[in-house]
Design a protein around this ligand. Structure first.
Ligand code: GLU
Length: 484
């Protein structure tokens, strides 16, 4: 039997990092076993589902490189993979279960259910609805004929117990006292998540359901439904919850929770994939940087931990830096050129492209996010303005003007404006002026780039060239005089 797994996001929100982690684990498991990875759309909630969210899910999956073999957009033998287009199928299954006595039309009112729950709680019993208001099939038929509306509930066998072997959590037991006679079809004929998801998993021949632990308590319902449909339940693997570094459930307080926000904030897909992979899975040694091929080769569900996984935005940023540094020079230049051009609002000239290529490795070494790069290179291609914090920290200090004027003097004398020659001249300036590198060089950085955060100084001076360097030093000297 070949592996068939699925990810089933609901387009009622942007693709969440937790869902992305589950998608990745399904993808890795499928690729490891040469199986099939399916993208289904759980879009039965028509009121909250939107095209925008649906597009975001598809775009985010593609950005991560989690290509699916069957599902929405790409199609497949079980088409359609959209729940909203399978309503007839769910109704048919529900009717079959009623017919077989495994489900029933329920006329229990919300008030009755509320009373039942309150009483159960008062008596210290499970508030899971046990079907006590169930009516006979004949009465049900009669009431339906007179136009009364009813939900369809699954008749959970009582007493009873559902036991299953979860790949991550080992043996899991649910006494049916804790499982209510759950609704499978609402009175308006729409399926609940339990019904739609289970019917799809059966129809699409899913072999392994790999999903978040928040759905663990739904699993006995899905197993009961699957068996009632006469099918073999899949293997379940419930992934540990994601927490913030403070041990609380992952939320916006801990950083972005929408995956696309990381793309927009300058993260590389490979870095995000690598980081998500480690949220609960141990590749087998202390490796933290694992490429996709190695992940596919090594991925095993039984190496997934039961313990909550900590989503640490700082660690993700670190890992992104590792991946940025790992890009080859050409790929890096190809990635940053459009970012720089977008930032400038114009195309770079051939000469400017050469400057960019020369400076790129210096920026690449230090960047943690792609979004940092264009602002750091802007001074090479556009007029500058002084960053307020840098000005206060550096230019408002006593020796700044002296360093700038002295640097201007030594650089003006240079014919050779290469990095080495610039370095030699500027180090000489430090000595003559009796300044340490911080006091002597920081003002030059701010004068040339507008900011104290910029690529290395000597290379920057060489890249700017003599004319622009002298002009910026002059302008800074004037600005300092004006400010003092
Ligand atoms: N639509 C469900 C969700 O997004 C799918 C859960 C499942 O994998 O069964 O939570």
């Amino acid at each position: 039997m070949s592996v068939r797994v699925r990810i089933a996001p609901s387009p009622t929100g942007y693709l969440h990092v937790g869902t992305a982690r589950a998608a990745l684990y399904n993808y890795l498991f499928a690729r490891h076993h040469n199986g099939v990875f399916i993208l289904r759309s759980d879009d039965t909630d028509t009121e909250r589902s939107t095209q925008e969210f649906s597009d975001d899910i598809v775009a985010s999956m593609r950005w991560l490189g989690l290509e699916w073999d069957e599902g929405i957009i790409v199609g497949g033998p079980h088409e359609t993979y959209r729940q909203s287009e399978r309503l007839g199928r769910y109704q048919e299954v529900a009717a079959g279960l009623v017919e077989a006595g495994k489900a029933y039309y329920s006329f229990a009112t919300p008030e009755q259910l509320e009373t039942f729950r309150n009483e159960a709680r008062r008596e210290g019993m499970s508030p899971a609805y046990d079907g006590r208001y169930k009516v006979s099939p004949a009465e049900a038929e009669e009431r339906l004929r007179t136009g009364e509306s009813a939900t369809v509930r699954f008749a959970v066998p009582r007493p009873g117990e559902t036991v299953f072997e979860d790949v991550v959590r080992d043996e899991v037991r649910f006494d049916h006292v804790q499982v209510d006679d759950f609704v499978i079809l609402r009175s308006n004929g729409t399926p609940t998540y339990h019904l739609a998801s289970t019917v799809d998993d059966v129809d699409f021949e899913i072999t392994h359901v790999i999903r978040g632990e928040d759905l663990l308590s739904s699993t006995p319902k899905h197993i009961l439904l699957t068996e009632a449909m006469g099918a073999e339940p899949p293997t379940y693997a419930h992934l540990p919850l994601l927490m913030g570094p403070d041990g609380k459930k992952l939320s916006k307080r801990h950083g972005h929770t929408a995956l696309a926000a990381y793309r927009d904030a300058g993260y590389l897909a490979d870095a995000v994939v690598n980081y998500l992979a480690l949220l609960g899975w141990n590749p087998g040694d202390d490796d933290t940087v694992v490429d996709r091929a190695a992940m596919i080769e090594r991925f095993e569900l039984d190496r997934v931990s039961k313990n909550p996984a900590i989503f640490d935005a700082v660690k993700l940023e670190w890992m992104n830096g590792v991946y940025i540094r790992g890009m080859n020079a050409d790929a890096f230049i190809a990635t940053v050129t459009p970012l720089v051009e977008e930032d400038l609002g114009r195309a770079l000239t051939a000469d400017e492209r050469a400057v960019l290529a020369e400076m790129a490795p210096l920026v690449q070494e230090r960047a943690k996010k792609l979004t940092e790069i264009a602002p750091q290179m802007r001074f090479l291609f556009a007029e500058i303005s002084y960053d307020e914090t840098s000005w206060q920290k550096v230019m408002a200090k006593p020796d700044a003007g002296r360093a700038i004027r002295s640097a201007r003097e030594v650089l003006a004398r240079l014919d050779d404006f290469s990095t080495n020659s610039v370095e030699h001249a500027l180090r000489g300036m430090l000595e003559t002026e009796g300044l340490n590198p911080r006091k002597g060089f920081q003002p030059l950085r701010v004068a040339l780039s507008g900011s104290s955060v910029s690529p290395p100084l000597f290379e920057s001076v060489a890249a700017l060239g003599k004319d622009r360097t002298l002009a910026r030093l002059d302008a800074a000297a004037v600005a300092i005089d004006a400010a003092s």
